[in-house]
Design a protein around this ligand. Structure first.
Ligand SMILES: *Cc1c(COP(=O)(O)O)cnc(C)c1O
Length: 359
């Protein structure tokens, strides 16, 4: 069967070197090694320190490996909130973060806007009692990306509060000042182009302190993946449970590949590809960009309205070897979502645009 190129926003097209690294990992029998041995500790350290170098994460921050980004939301709330979290909700993933807090018995508050919108940050006042502010940097369901400057401004303004940022569909493109943030998390099946099954949390010393305070008060912060447990094992470059060792090995390798390419090159190419795609949509008679406000247009998950397309777009694109994401939820048949991740080369994007032009 002819292979397709996936422009879906997760799971996504694999990063080009992923298969080679898995093959090497099998050759080295990595799935069978003990997660208490030296070889595993090296794999853990390789991935964690590689990530810190790639994204310029401060040395005293901790890298924790969990199961998924959805799990990371739960761990974040459990470990950083006694009662009050504040959420910027503008789509399904930010909503999930909010609902997670409710489900854990907290009392979350939110600034909620309609699908496709960003926030008027200047006019939002977060109540003093708030312990944690939660942002979804790139709302994958709607194609809205929040300006990092706005997130950082908020973090600087509300210094007493912890700040969490979901960067699942914008990493490694997103360029953050981690010093201002406390929990930043992602899963690996989007921007890093790995198979799903691994979540990564970047955690500040302040967030660890908060978790310890909750524990002292007798509040549950979870069991084997409470921050103190995660930290005790991370300090030994280990995890308490048996982790997906091969996946962690490949993550470390892909991070090295990206370092070799250069994070600045990756970011520049992402901007360039996003520009090409938006430029096409803004001048097309058939497609139009869903997000009108350029300030909030995602660079990594780009949505188009397809209601003027005649025929079955999915089928037409599939015949040319492309799979794009369908619209989210109620927009399933009226929009498409196109991922613009590091795995997609400039020539891939040009070929996709050519195929869209022919529709
Ligand atoms: C995909 C996604 C998630 C969920 O990731 P999982 O790995 O499926 O848990 C969370 N937040 C955002 C913004 C996403 O795009």
């Amino acid at each position: 069967m002819k292979k397709s190129l996936y422009f879906t926003p997760g799971p996504a097209q694999l990063y080009p070197t992923v298969i080679k690294h898995f093959q090497k990992g099998f050759d080295l029998q990595i799935p069978s090694i003990s997660h208490r041995g030296k070889q595993f500790s090296e794999i853990f350290a390789d991935a964690a320190t590689g990530l810190k170098k790639l994204l310029l994460i401060p040395d005293d921050y901790h890298i924790f490996f969990v199961g998924s980004a959805t799990e990371a939301m739960e761990r974040t709330i459990q470990n950083c909130v006694e009662k009050y979290s504040w959420h910027f909700v503008n789509g399904s993933f930010s909503k999930r973060f909010f609902v997670t807090a409710e489900e854990l018995g907290k009392q979350p508050l939110s600034s909620t806007v309609d699908s496709g919108l960003g926030f008027d940050f200047k006019h939002i006042a977060i109540p003093d009692k708030t312990e944690l502010i939660c942002f979804t940097h790139n709302e994958t369901s709607t194609g809205v990306m929040l300006p990092t400057k706005e997130i950082e401004k908020m973090a600087k303004h509300y210094t007493d509060m912890l700040v969490a940022v979901d960067i699942v569909s914008s990493v490694p493109y997103v360029d953050l000042d981690y010093r201002l943030l406390d929990v930043v998390f992602f899963s690996v099946q989007k921007g890093f182009g790995l198979p799903a099954g691994l979540g990564v949390m970047i955690v500040s010393p302040r967030a660890i302190e908060k978790s310890e305070k909750l524990l002292e008060k007798g509040i549950s912060v979870g069991s084997y993946r409470g921050f103190s447990s995660l930290l005790a094992f991370a300090n030994k470059n280990q995890t308490l449970e048996t982790p997906p060792v091969l996946e962690m090995y490949v993550l470390g390798k892909v991070i090295k590949d990206m370092q070799r390419k250069g994070i600045e090159v990756i970011r520049k190419e992402t901007d360039e590809k996003a520009e090409m795609l938006y430029d096409f949509f803004d001048h097309s008679d058939v497609f139009s960009a869903v997000i009108r406000d350029k300030k909030f247009r995602s660079r990594t998950v780009i949505l188009a309205d397809i209601q003027k397309v005649k025929g079955n777009l999915e089928k037409i694109l599939l015949q040319k070897g492309f799979i794009v994401g369908s619209g989210y939820g109620i927009h399933k048949n009226t929009q498409i979502r196109i991922a613009n991740f590091p795995t997609h080369s400039i020539s891939d994007m040009k070929r996709l645009i050519k195929a869209l032009k022919a529709v």
